[in-house]
Design a protein around this ligand. Structure first.
Ligand code: MG
Length: 159
């Protein structure tokens, strides 16, 4: 088994949709990005790539690549899953910690888990998504941005 870690932050800005874990959540602001700015998906993608030793998200999905302009980050997750499966790795478990001050996301967690499980073709019991506030501290506390951390366990190919 291998472990990988992922981390992402995007800035909250007006005139954008807030998409977290593949789910659109009603809010006055959304995340500024080249893609949909889904910090959960990006943290997961980096965790999977980290566990597989394939580098980081920016290598495969550069922010200046027109192919990824405005796309759902669930597509990025699907592509990463295919990359690691081609090398005979198998995603075993993913745990996510979302850090945001607003809005309340507890009622969207199970939907996020379903969307992520669908993108990665995993049973939903292999995905965990949790959320916390930053207690009003720092850029998250000032509602300037949203962060997410993820850990992935990956099964190595059988020798
Ligand atoms: Mg990102």
């Amino acid at each position: 088994m291998r472990a990988g870690i992922g981390y992402d932050v995007h800035r909250l800005t007006e005139g954008r949709k807030l998409v977290l874990g593949g789910v659109e959540i009603p809010y006055v602001k959304g995340l500024a990005a080249h893609s949909d700015g889904d910090v959960i998906a990006h943290a997961i993608g980096d965790a999977i790539l980290g566990a597989s030793g394939l580098g980081d998200l920016g290598v495969y999905f550069p922010p200046n690549d027109p192919r990824y302009e405005g796309i759902s980050s669930m597509i990025i997750l699907k592509e990463i899953k295919e990359m690691v499966e081609k090398r005979n790795f198998k995603i075993d478990y993913i745990d996510v910690m979302l850090v945001l001050e607003e809005p309340k996301v507890s009622s969207y967690i199970s939907q996020m888990k379903s969307r992520i499980a669908e993108a990665l073709d995993l049973d939903v019991t292999r995905i965990s998504v949790k959320a916390t506030t930053n207690e009003g501290l720092g850029f998250v506390g000032r509602k300037e941005g949203v962060g997410a951390m993820a850990v992935c366990l990956l099964k190595e190919p059988a020798m």
